[in-house]
Design a protein around this ligand. Structure first.
Ligand SMILES: [Zn+2]
Length: 350
């Protein structure tokens, strides 16, 4: 694997997917004092008070019990509601690895509705006066929390993996409340990893969309990068696009490079993958080679293409003339893989 340890591909939880259908798994786990609760709201999760390098601020023991009680109890949370936009979805994310200081125990994600959307969440956020046992709970929900794009490279592997999974499932639940067959309401099932239609009983599984992302080099080893018209000046990245129905990954790489940059691909090599749950992509990384030395931007999505040699890219990044993608992205890792060394530039692309 040419791109090891991609930031969001480091999950270390034992997902125990074989146990998810077991009766009462989620309710039992929510009542288990060894369970760590990961609270997620608006894509953001509280971080450890000593910083994200120490991990997420997950809740355990009395803190966790207070949150579960405030949200209606373990049974109600495990059953879930019919509208993930206004109700809490609980998901069993997996078991902690043995070398984690919180182990043994499970991690359960509580996917909270957007601020103001749910009375139970308001009760927790309102703190002791509203019946919450521990003001720390209030603090946990109220304190500034960073999102996965900002934290992904900083979090320890276990927490990065847990948060990636929670964010992905949160987006899916929120965006798929109804049955695609009959339009009826659905409820969470399989410990939060499925939804089941209340009318026809059909099971819906989380969706994600494969996308290819690739570097391409010419016979001289120069790297071609593209600039999108909607980006600030100087921002350059690898080419990328969704895989179309009926298309192979290699076919998608070749099509996207021809479409966006006008180059025909000779060789395509797979380099690794990373979930990118914003909202539902799975990024599949490739390196391609082309014999074409002239590239032409499509003028639509891509408005500028530019060849870089290694000293040229290093210099352009050093002066700030060129901005490269953030460290959490596959694009950044692809560019650094070609360069042969990491780039120092910090970037927050939004
Ligand atoms: Zn249905």
């Amino acid at each position: 694997m040419a791109l090891p340890d991609l930031s969001l591909s480091r999950s270390r939880l034992d997902k125990v997917s074989q146990d998810r259908q077991a009766e009462g798994l989620l309710a039992r786990t929510l009542q288990d004092p060894t369970t760590s609760l990961l609270l997620l709201r608006d894509g953001r999760c509280p971080v450890h008070p000593d910083g994200p390098g120490r991990g997420l601020r997950t809740l355990r023991g009395a803190e966790a019990a207070a949150v579960v009680a405030a949200l209606g109890g373990a049974e109600r949370l495990a059953a879930g509601g019919e509208d993930p936009a206004t109700e809490v979805v609980a998901v069993h994310l997996g078991l902690l690895p043995a070398d984690d200081e919180r182990a043994p125990g499970a991690v359960v994600g509580l996917l909270l509705p957007a601020e103001g959307a749910g009375p139970a969440v308001e009760a927790v956020a309102a703190g002791p006066a509203a019946g919450t046992a521990d003001p720390v709970v209030e603090a946990a929900l109220a304190e500034p929390a960073a999102d996965l794009r900002a934290l992904g490279t900083l979090l320890p592997a276990t927490d990065a993996g847990a948060l990636t999974e929670a964010v992905a499932l949160h987006h899916w639940h929120r965006s798929h409340p109804r049955c695609p067959r009959c339009g009826s309401a659905t409820r969470p099932a399989a410990a939060g990893h499925e939804r089941v239609c209340l009318t026809d009983g059909s099971t819906q599984h989380p969706r994600h969309d494969p996308a290819v992302i690739m570097t391409v080099t010419d016979p001289a080893g120069r790297l071609l990068l593209g600039h999108q018209g909607r980006w600030p000046a100087g921002r350059f990245s690898a080419f990328a696009g969704f895989v179309e129905p009926g298309e192979s990954l290699e076919g998608a790489v070749a099509r996207e490079l021809l479409e966006e940059a006008g180059v025909r691909v000779r060789e395509v090599a797979y380099l690794g993958s990373q979930p990118w749950p914003f909202p539902a992509s799975l990024m599949l990384a490739f390196h391609a080679e082309t014999d074409d030395t002239t590239a032409v931007a499509d003028g639509d999505e891509i408005t500028e293409v530019r060849w870089f040699d290694r000293p040229g890219l290093v210099a352009a990044v050093a002066t700030g003339e060129v901005t490269v993608p953030p460290a959490v992205s596959v694009a950044r890792r692809l560019i650094e893989d070609w360069l042969g060394e990491p780039l120092e530039q910090q970037a927050d692309w939004r």
